[in-house]
Design a protein around this ligand. Structure first.
Ligand SMILES: *Cc1c(COP(=O)(O)O)cnc(C)c1O
Length: 406
């Protein structure tokens, strides 16, 4: 563990969000971490070059290999995940693709849950296949299917998300980790984007590596793209080396915005958890709603698992509006506070219809085959007033034509 992240890891979570990773002595005694905007770093001469290349000193060399603003953000995320180290990338997909390329070679095999992020599945199924890496998809929550899919000597990685999109399935991470680690040489990667380190810390539950799309809650303001990987110091360092080869790095301006966002992570997520719970309970009682998917509801299939391993249930709710695609569209078009947009986790509430956004190019039948209902709506709560959001959703339901007034 790096000295800074290690010492800060002993303080409370809220203190770590504000102070971890940041150097105390800053130029001009500034309170905030500066944006070091440089492509390259100067050396004083031959002696310093030799010290650097022979590893006697730690310093920057060239922008593709590292940047102090990015490094501060990395150490803050490591402290929040409870990891030895973390490495940042230009997007969540850059984090995932660089990590997969670092681990895999021809002849190896990956197991992933069938509801993983669509682009992760595309990367594994369509691109890694070209490099003779095979993949097996297993249903979420099925530990027996996972056990059956692991091929000793071939399987290198198991990738899972928790909670997942859009039905918020929660994997029993201790059970998954135990299954994975019964097999030599297999590593468990958990994409914990929907949970954030406030609600869930997969490394403490047995995962080897944790990925976040920092574009979502960690940045938290819908104004940057970034991705992180946290884990053991050795593996993180190897993946950082590959980042320097592939060029999948994060720029210092976005790293600064990420640091700034992280300082309020706990405040935002606790509020989003509370709003989501309140609104999910209200939706479940609403006559225009067929079904609500939120792990904080007793009706959710993974409520017990989520309660055991998470300290909060997150800020995303999915629900099916009665009356199919048209009724759901009327409802979404009628909502005034949430913006109609992809993504989640920011201070602005966002709403979307998976059938006509994320899964637009599929037919109704193809969508049905993968379980995407026509009337499905996904709502990502921001930090607006929960009662006002609730009233807004209510007026949007009232505006659906033909809705029988109770
Ligand atoms: C958004 C998302 C990603 C991809 O992250 P980008 O920052 O958009 O590249 C990966 N996994 C999950 C669960 C996501 O929600």
């Amino acid at each position: 563990m790096s000295k800074d992240a290690g010492s800060k890891a002993r303080s409370a979570f809220g203190t770590r969000t504000v102070h971890s990773g940041e150097a105390r002595r800053r130029p001009s005694n500034a309170v905030t971490e500066p944006i070091v905007c440089t492509a390259t770093y100067a050396f004083s001469g031959r002696a310093e070059l030799a010290d650097h290349f022979e590893g006697r000193i730690e310093r920057e060399e060239y922008g593709r290999y590292g940047n102090p603003t990015v490094r501060a953000a990395e150490q803050k995320i490591a402290a929040l995940d409870g990891a030895e180290d973390a490495v940042l990338f230009g997007s969540g997909m850059a984090a995932i693709s660089t990590t997969l390329l670092a681990f895999l070679k021809a002849g190896q095999h990956v197991v992933m849950t069938s509801d993983c992020y669509r682009r992760t599945r595309q990367l594994v199924a369509s691109y890694l296949e070209r490099f003779e890496v095979e993949a097996t998809l297993v249903p979420p929550g099925d530990v027996a299917a996972l056990e059956a899919a692991i091929r000793d000597g071939e399987t290198r990685l198991v990738i899972t998300e928790s909670p997942t999109n859009p039905y918020l399935r929660v994997a029993d991470l201790p059970a998954v980790a135990e299954t994975v680690h019964r097999h030599r040489g297999v590593k468990l990667i958990v994409d914990s984007t929907f949970a954030t380190p406030v609600n869930q810390r997969p490394l403490e539950l047995g995962a080897d590596l944790v990925v976040h799309s920092c574009t979502k809650y960690l940045g938290g303001h819908n104004d940057l793209l970034a991705g992180s990987l946290s884990g053991g110091a050795g593996v993180v360092s190897a993946i950082r080396d590959l980042r320097g080869v592939l060029g999948t790095l994060l720029d210092p301006h976005s790293a600064y915005l990420l640091i700034r966002g992280l300082k309020t992570l706990e405040l935002r997520v606790l509020r989003q958890n509370a709003s989501a719970q309140k609104i999910a309970e209200w939706l479940e009682e609403h006559p225009m709603v067929e079904r609500v998917f939120y792990p904080g509801l007793a009706s959710h299939p993974d409520h017990a698992v989520a309660s055991a391993q998470m300290t909060g249930f997150g800020g995303v709710i999915s629900f099916i509006v009665k009356g199919g695609l048209d009724a759901a569209s009327r409802f979404v078009d009628g909502v005034k506070i949430p913006l109609i947009a992809p993504s989640l986790g920011g201070v602005e509430s966002l709403i979307e219809q998976p059938a006509i956004m994320s899964f637009y190019e599929l037919t109704t039948e193809e969508r049905r085959a993968i379980g995407i209902e026509e009337g499905l709506v996904r709502l990502s709560l921001g930090v607006e007033d929960a009662d006002e959001l609730l009233a807004d959703l209510g007026q949007a339901f009232d505006g659906i034509p033909g809705r029988s007034t109770p």
